[in-house]
Ligand binder design. Sequence first.
Ligand code: SAH
Ligand code: SF4
Ligand code: F3S
Length: 437
Amino acid sequence: MAKRAYIETYGCQMNVNDTEVIFAILADAGYERAEKMEEADLIMANTCSIRDNAEQRIWGRLEVFSAQRKARPGVLVGIVGCMAERLKDKLLDTGKVDLVVGPDAYRSLPRLLEAVSPSSPQIDVLLSREETYADITPVRTDRNGISAFISIMRGCNNVCSYCVVPYTRGAERSRDAHSIVREACDVYSRGYKEVTLLGQNVDSYLWKGPGETVNFARLLEMVAAVAPDLRVRFATSHPKDISDEVIHTMAVHPNICRHIHLPVQSGSTRMLELMRRKYSREWYLERVAKIREVMPDCGLTTDVIAGFCSETEEDHLETLSLMEAVGFDWAFMFAYSDRPGTLANRTMKDDVPTEVKNRRLQEIIDLQNRKSLERYKAMIGRQVQVLVEGPSKRDPAQLCGRASNNMMCVFPAAGLKPGDFTTVTVQDATSATLICR
Ligand code: SAH
Ligand code: SF4
Ligand code: F3S
């Protein structure tokens, strides 16, 4: 009988796609996918190190995995992904882990699984300058078969001073453009209606093949040309790198969704400098103005960090005023978490008291909730095209799906099925959902 692997995925969408790559590699080593940990011979967590609480969660899961390993001798436990890369053999030292594999080493899994035994745990955390897993067809783990993630690059060459990603994911490298287009064609031919192109900074995508150079705008065009009814999304854009060419390319292709995730992090230029984001408040506002000039109905979302090193009340108020001025549809908002080994950790003081961080974060969240409600309510009366994803979570008699601008819509089923495109009229709105007819 084939062995079975169970993987829990934490962290960003890139990790979701990496888990799909891991399942493809494990399939070659004779492992099938298990839906439940109790049925698995191999239990893994694909982990995230971005904030301390992300890692704390994994330590908690490790106890649960450990109990399985004790109860069912022969069961293997693996930690893969960013936390494996960051903590390396510290994970093995717990005695609770058989395998530790970093984000660029998944091809070693079959070899490591051959070699592993209770007395000889295995580790591979080598980072690579070339690995993009371009030739591996991910085993899709989404449930609806409608929307697929495609990684277009790996790693990150920025050194935002608060961020562990450059250390856990290594140097930036772009994947062969033609392999990306092939993957998009493949998922389209299997009935998928949407692809999301993933990278930590998609705007710096750059692939050089024999006699050709493909930048992100050109890649968007190539993927948009796969089929007029294949929606194209992408994340994440970096404010310093998002070019007019990308904005114009979006505008001329109706199947490239009108949504940009543009993490601002702070509204204070002084903070942005300390964060090494390489743009100012004014630059960010200019990029937003450009996007809205070319695509007035473009959805904009962001990430914000509250209480970074030395942040004053004035800096914080600048973040609030920027959020007020832009009016994001939605935001991911975090209290700053000091990460070992980062530039901020080595050279700055994490000196904003926890209560102050949390209070500022709450003010940011309250403001964003108000803005989200405004943005969603402003859609009332408009018609939007949605891609039907499946039953609505709250009311299974209704369907849900996203508008081009990424807003979630719910609407009556009316004979529609997942994967259909339909046009609906917005009747009402909450701060996270458009209620449509
Ligand atoms: N590549 C993306 C972000 C990836 S990490 C970009 O450059 O925007 C996702 C988000 O986590 C970041 O945008 C940031 O808001 C947050 N984040 C990263 N490191 C953090 C830290 N040390 N503390 C709190 N939030 C952090
Ligand atoms: Fe981290 Fe900055 Fe790279 Fe984003 S761009 S992954 S925040 S270092
Ligand atoms: Fe987390 Fe690694 Fe993604 S640290 S956010 S899983 S790149």
